[in-house]
Design a protein around this ligand. Structure first.
Ligand code: 5GP
Ligand code: MN
Length: 341
């Protein structure tokens, strides 16, 4: 897509960059490749401009993202709750990346809301809440990383693009488009990718680090999920997989190990709705994926305290795993017309 940044808002942020310090960058709970790639891409850019910035994450993120340049400087709320909260409270400028609702930062929500720092949202989810000072919200963008590239361009700073920034942004675009395959992946996005390669991003290396970097346990957990736990309901064009806490423990689950499993359920011919349920610390987390017009963002927001995009959304439930699945199954007849069966 071609993202058009309003000149007045870019000027406002440019002047804040000069006057408001220190800068905090925050992303959503359980950050994914786009959340981390866009946050660290922006971080490396701000550092290169000689500014003082810190990335704060509300929780751990997968091992296969730990190679991202700037990873070692991140402050993680899980490990440093007080430091995370005070960095937010003391920030003069806060970039909020890859989320629309402030409750997506979970334990840091009240520190974010009450911080006197100016809040700039850079995101590609629909319908951001009010409360940000400046919004760069482009729901057609394939990823937040793509918008960060546009932001650097709008500031007139593309000359600062080097390998570190480029590899972060490449990772964000690659992971949020499932390796450049979604409809959101336009000719303009491919042109951005070309610029990132020109700037030194090693595409082959990034694919290997993210996708070919699993532990043996992770691959065996995937095997168990596909062989023993996949349920296909052709009458609803729906497939789902669930993994209990015990099953995850059996395979020594690490953050990120279940990433991508939901896509296998959606890859079955004729399936339009896929769901993936995992139970961790007494809470059930759900990933939804869909195609051919079926909107999982609505399903997630109306029934599972969640949200996301039309074809990729997530939510949660404090019911037991079995009861959450039962609730999902009860909803299928309601959604049957939308599933076109
Ligand atoms: P995933 O299934 O990969 O965790 O998430 C897919 C999409 O749904 C992402 O865009 C993510 O931001 C969104 N999402 C996942 N979990 C939640 C949630 O609990 N609340 C909201 N609002 N969005 C979510
Ligand atoms: Mn994203």
């Amino acid at each position: 897509m071609s993202i058009s940044f309003p000149v007045d808002k870019v000027r406002e942020v440019a002047s804040l960059l000069e006057s408001a310090s220190p800068i905090a960058i925050i992303t959503h709970h359980r950050p994914d490749g786009d959340a981390m790639g866009s946050s660290l891409g922006l971080y490396n850019f701000l550092i290169k401009k000689g500014l003082k910035a810190t990335v704060i994450v509300p929780s751990d993120y997968p091992d296969f993202l730990h190679w991202l340049p700037g990873h070692n400087q991140i402050v993680n709320y899980d490990r440093q709750p007080d430091k995370s909260a005070s960095l937010l409270r003391e920030a003069g400028l806060i970039f909020c990346l890859d989320f629309n609702y402030m409750n997506r930062v979970e334990g840091l929500e009240s520190s974010l809301r009450t911080s006197p720092g100016k809040k700039v949202l850079i995101d590609h989810h629909l319908e951001p809440e009010e409360g940000y000072d400046i919004l760069f919200s482009f729901s057609d963008a394939c990823s937040t990383a793509e918008i960060i590239y546009g932001f650097i361009d709008a500031l007139g700073d593309l000359n600062l693009l080097g390998r570190e920034i480029a590899e972060c942004l490449y990772c964000g675009i690659m992971t949020d488009t499932n390796s450049f395959r979604y409809e959101t992946m336009t000719a303009d996005t491919h042109r951005i990718i070309a610029k990132l390669l020109d700037a030194g991003a090693r595409n082959y290396k990034i694919h290997e680090l993210v996708y070919d970097n699993s532990t043996e346990n992770r691959i065996r957990l995937l095997g168990h999920a596909l062989k023993d736990k996949l349920i296909v309901l052709q009458e609803y064009r729906t497939a789902y997989i669930s993994l209990s806490e015990d099953e995850l423990d059996t395979y020594n689950f690490q953050t990120g190990d279940t990433e991508g499993i939901v896509n296998y359920a959606l890859s079955i011919r004729g399936i339009r709705l896929a769901a993936f349920f995992t139970e961790r610390n007494g809470l059930v987390k759900i990933s939804f994926r869909s195609r051919d017009g079926f909107n999982v963002k609505e399903l997630a927001s109306q029934h599972f305290e969640g949200g996301g995009h039309k074809y990729a959304a997530g939510g949660k439930s404090d019911l037991s795993l079995q009861d959450t699945i039962a609730k999902f199954l009860d909803l299928l007849p309601v959604y049957k017309p939308g599933l076109n069966v």
